[in-house]
Design a protein around this ligand. Structure first.
Ligand code: SDX
Length: 426
């Protein structure tokens, strides 16, 4: 039996044959790269709902089962048993690190977390009410003027160094963007603190690096807060060919600097249909205000004439519960007492979820809570300001973007991204 499909043009009776490429997990693909050459027509796939844009072995998603794997390992195992930095190592190297490699990777990222002094001045150019995502995207693009500006990266050690630099520096840029937005002096990273603790420290510390002194002596950043944020970073680390990753690969395909590709990913992620949803979820829960109002908003979400959407609900791929949302919901239930999670927001979220999961409109469209539905409630409990929710997503996702960028660069068959169109003009 030939591993191909035959398509017949019913207007002419002409048949065309296209090879099937086998996947190791999930759907196989039909190779239609010769479709235009054979038929003189383009295929049309609005929003790429049925289109594979590349070959990859980084992240696997099964939308029907609600399954997510990084380099073949289930997200539940990684979130429960490994640090975010070990997950970064896994994504970059296709295997988890040994204990020694993990220590060395952690230490290298601590040393690389500092920014060139020249970059500090860029932040001053922004108005204090600039959204941190705008500053983050601009400063990340500016990093390209400090590193690898004249180097065609092609050796493994160069890929690794370039990747480790950006993973290490993004939290510092994000923290500086926040500190600028509140008119507070920047807090330099503390190499005695872990990757995740450092981010909370750079957000919260007082000038001179002193933490707020509680009534019983110096208040440490609680272990439970570090673990919760580390898990959130892991859950956001990569997610196959989503909108921002597709943007990063598109910029990679033109040969531009890797850090401007990451900057373009940050810009794409900002939209509320994508990573900006976590910020919108909390704003929406606060707008709904009480469980008594939930029914009204559910009806609005179902009304085709009302642009209101339930933020944090629905997903292009997951037609089942987003496994990351499940993990966050469990984490939230574990933390609600220790982190004093806002019980009103929680009650509203749970009411929305309960109603939506039993309502025909949501069931028929397979709309379930996604990663953004619960992440904002936990971030609020971690005293992370709403404007920093999507920057937190950026910190988690940078390793995914740069890993996908490297995979694109190593792909000998990679081509510049250049889709066609269905022209309807004159
Ligand atoms: C992320 O792709 C990724 O992997 C992204 C991400 C990642 O890790 O990178 O997982 C992160 O972006 C998660 C998604 C965060 N966005 C939101 O929560 C915003 C709210 N959700 C929607 O805007 C929407 O569900 C999308 C954008 C997420 C998915 O949109 P699709 O796949 O293009 O689906 P669609 O818009 O065609 O909707 C299908 C139907 C429509 O109804 P009908 O026209 O068939 O009558 O479902 C309805 C939509 O109106 N619908 C919703 C809804 N989402 C879809 N109705 C109410 N509320 C919603 N949230």
């Amino acid at each position: 039996m030939k591993n191909s499909i035959t398509m017949i043009d019913n207007r002419t009776g002409k048949s065309y044959e296209f090879d099937i490429l086998e996947a190791t997990r999930g759907p196989n693909v039909v190779n239609i790269s010769s479709f235009f050459a054979q038929t003189g027509m383009f295929t049309f796939d609005n929003g790429y709902t049925s289109t594979a844009s590349c070959k990859s072995d980084i992240t696997f998603i099964d939308g029907e089962k609600g399954e997510l794997r990084y380099r073949g390992i289930e997200i539940e195992k990684l979130a429960l048993n490994h640090s975010y930095l070990d997950v970064c190592y896994l994504l970059l190297n296709s295997r988890l690190p040994t204990e020694q490699e993990s220590l060395e990777f952690d230490l290298e990222l601590r040393h690389r977390s500092f920014l060139h002094e020249g970059l500090r001045h860029l932040f001053q150019a922004f108005p204090s009410d600039a959204h941190p995502m705008a500053t983050l995207s601009s400063a990340t693009s500016a990093l390209s003027t400090f590193y690898f500006s004249h180097l065609e990266i092609c050796k493994e050690n160069e890929y690794q160094e370039m990747a480790r630099r950006i993973i290490a520096k993004i939290p510092t840029i994000a923290a500086f963007a926040y500190r600028h937005s509140i008119g507070a002096p920047f807090i330099q990273p503390d190499i005695n603190r872990s990757f995740t603790e450092n981010f909370l420290y750079m957000l919260r510390a007082y000038p001179g690096g002193k933490m707020h002194r509680g009534v019983h002596g110096e208040e440490k950043i609680k272990e439970i807060e570090i673990k919760a944020l580390d898990t959130i970073f892991t859950l956001h680390a990569d997610h196959e060919q989503n909108a921002s990753t597709t943007t990063v690969r598109g910029v990679a395909s033109t040969g531009a600097h890797p850090y401007v590709a990451i900057s373009s990913g940050i810009s794409a992620l900002w939209g509320r249909a994508h990573g900006g949803a976590n910020e919108s979820v909390v704003a929406q829960l606060e707008m709904i205000g009480s469980v008594e109002n939930v029914d009204t908003y559910i009806e609005r979400a179902k009304d085709p004439n009302d642009p209101f959407r339930l933020m944090g609900f629905g997903h292009r791929v997951y037609k089942n519960y987003d496994p990351r949302a499940k993990i966050l919901k469990t984490l939230q239930d574990q933390l609600k007492d220790e982190l004093n999670i806002d019980s009103n927001l929680l009650k509203i979220a749970h009411k929305i979820e309960t109603i939506a999961l039993s309502d025909e409109y949501f069931i028929s469209r397979k709309l379930y809570p996604n990663i953004d539905f619960y992440s904002g409630i936990i971030l609020t409990a971690l005293k992370i300001p709403t404007s920093m929710f999507t920057p937190v997503f950026v910190i988690g996702r940078t390793v995914g973007w740069i890993t996908q960028w490297i995979e694109f660069k190593k792909d000998k068959d990679a081509k510049i991204t250049r889709p066609r169109q269905l022209y309807l003009g004159d």
